[in-house]
Design a binder for this molecule. Structure first.
Ligand SMILES: [Ca+2]
Ligand SMILES: [Ca+2]
Length: 151
């Protein structure tokens, strides 16, 4: 700390807004993404953390966006089961919706064959690593790393 004109200046850490285990911000299109690898939390907590940092759980409106993140996850090759995304089954049926558009069919999806398969008890969307990061519905109470998106 150094006094300037009588005021005390406290330097802020430049990574203040990033969770400690983050790999940093990735840029694609109009969004920034933050892949948080080491923090394993349930889906609701993941969404709350993303919102707390000024974003949301990642929602992919285009195949390009989805492929970009999948390639990053392949490169990271972290020892995880999968990553939470911002999709949820709002009406307990055979498809999922993005949180920001709960009443709309997803513009596209990348579900693993047979997914989603838990319309009453697997309501939360994941990128599942054993499926080369294709999507599936999963139990919301599982603890997984997650991907935040900032627009
Ligand atoms: Ca649905
Ligand atoms: Ca499932």
């Amino acid at each position: 700390m150094e006094p300037v004109n009588g005021w005390t200046v406290i330097r802020r850490r430049t990574n203040l807004l990033l969770p400690s285990s983050s790999v940093g911000y990735l840029s694609f299109g109009a969004s920034l993404y933050n892949i948080v690898i080491d923090e394993h939390v349930n889906w609701t907590t993941a969404q709350e953390i993303c919102i707390c940092h000024g974003g949301k759980l990642a929602e992919f409106e285009t195949a390009g966006e989805n492929e970009y993140i999948k390639n990053e996850l392949r490169t990271l090759d972290a020892a995880v089961d999968g990553y939470w995304l911002g999709g949820y089954n709002f009406n307990y049926d055979n498809d999922m919706e993005w949180i920001s558009h709960p009443d709309q069919v997803m513009p596209f999806h990348d579900m693993w064959p047979g997914q989603p398969n838990g319309p009453t008890d697997q309501l939360c969307l994941v990128h599942w690593k054993p499926w080369d990061y294709k999507w599936g519905d999963n139990f919301c109470d599982d603890t997984l790393p997650y991907i935040c998106e900032f627009e």
